[in-house]
Design a protein around this ligand. Structure first.
Ligand code: PHE
Length: 340
């Protein structure tokens, strides 16, 4: 058989094989047999060199023609096969969004659960639930809360700045300013939400965390009102009588400012590892709203008084569920989330 006949034979059997191609494995086999390094076609092309120039011209162009045809047919078969495989898969994995899912249901993130619980408890005490933007102005996050431009307290709340005057809020206290502009006093509000700080992360520090701000403005409020509201909330939240104590604490927007501790819920006072053997656990900063902050919010400090508190929501959730590392919250780890 001369080369031309051989090439025609290859063309014939390639055409015959093409029809049967259905799977990826078929495609692979076909490619090896007809277009691979050891295929008859490749061998034929190699042997062109042994022919006379004239024979080489005719046989060469025939070989080229056959190869082009097979390549084109192969490409088409590949598209067809893969298209059909995709169609089959789409049909098999089809989801009818109108039918109840057979998958397990999702669940609420522990932060969301506690947020809702906290909102319920505070609504019950007459507090309005407020929301504030996570990207805030410098004025609402710092300036109107009595942090002057060069105040060292700003350094403790480093954050990410976006363009211009805007930043990722470092605390929910910015909502205090918004509340004073939004409501005619007297009012009470609580504003849970996400905050950001440029932090080195560890088991108790995260660059993204949750707080709940609380604020009450009325005539003649005192520290006694603050303590009462905190005790009422904490006792309902922990479902038992909670003893609190105040220590002085500094925040530019409250005067006087406090750190509120609760008596250790694990040992009840004598001391244990949870309270580091002190009998008390530091829980939330609070204080009476600074007159300068009332003025910045458009209220007359001679007429109005207020108190504010900043609940560390992530912290509270950790205490409630005994979570040892704050970084679990945003890890997206299902093994963590499925426990709730
Ligand atoms: N915003 C303060 C912080 O994040 C906490 C705070 C809130 C203190 C309200 C006093 C009153 O550190």
């Amino acid at each position: 058989m001369d080369l031309i006949e051989q090439l025609e034979a290859v063309r014939g059997s390639a055409r015959a094989s093409l029809r049967g191609l259905a799977t990826e494995a078929d495609l692979e086999r076909f490619h090896q047999e007809f277009l691979g390094k050891k295929s008859a076609l490749t061998e034929a092309m190699k042997s062109l060199g042994t022919l006379s120039p004239e024979e080489r011209r005719t046989a060469g162009s025939k070989a080229h023609e056959v190869r082009t045809e097979i390549e084109a047919a192969f490409a088409e078969a590949k598209n067809r096969t893969r298209g059909a495989a995709l169609e089959a898969r789409l049909a098999a994995e089809r989801i009818d969004a109108m039918r109840p899912s057979t998958e397990t249901r999702g669940r609420l993130h522990p932060i969301t659960r506690i947020t809702r619980e906290l909102e319920d408890l505070f609504s019950f005490m007459g507090f309005t639930i407020l929301d504030g933007p996570e990207v805030e102005t410098d004025a609402n996050n710092f300036g109107k809360l009595n942090f002057s431009d060069d105040h060292p307290a700003r350094d403790m709340q480093d954050t990410i700045w976006t363009t211009g005057d805007a930043l990722l809020r470092t605390h929910t206290s910015s909502v205090q300013v918004r509340a004073m502009q939004l409501f005619e006093p007297p009012f009470r509000m609580v504003a849970p939400g996400r905050c950001f700080r440029f932090e080195e992360t560890d088991a108790s520090h995260e660059n993204t965390f949750y707080q709940a701000e609380g604020m009450m403005v009325d005539r003649g409020l005192s520290v006694a009102n603050l303590i009462h509201v905190m005790k009422t909330f904490l006792s309902s939240f922990f479902e038992r009588d909670v003893n609190v104590r105040l220590r002085p604490g500094y925040f530019p927007f409250v005067e006087p400012g406090f750190e509120l501790d609760i008596q250790c819920l694990v040992c009840g006072g004598p001391g244990c590892p949870v309270c580091k053997h002190s009998g008390w656990v530091e829980l939330l900063p609070c204080g009476m709203v600074h007159p300068g902050v009332l003025s910045a919010g458009g209220l007359d400090p001679a007429e109005w008084t207020g108190f504010a508190f900043g609940l560390g929501l992530s912290r509270l959730v950790m205490m409630r569920y005994g979570i040892e590392d704050i970084r679990h919250f945003l890890s997206g780890n299902l093994r963590f989330l499925e426990q709730f």
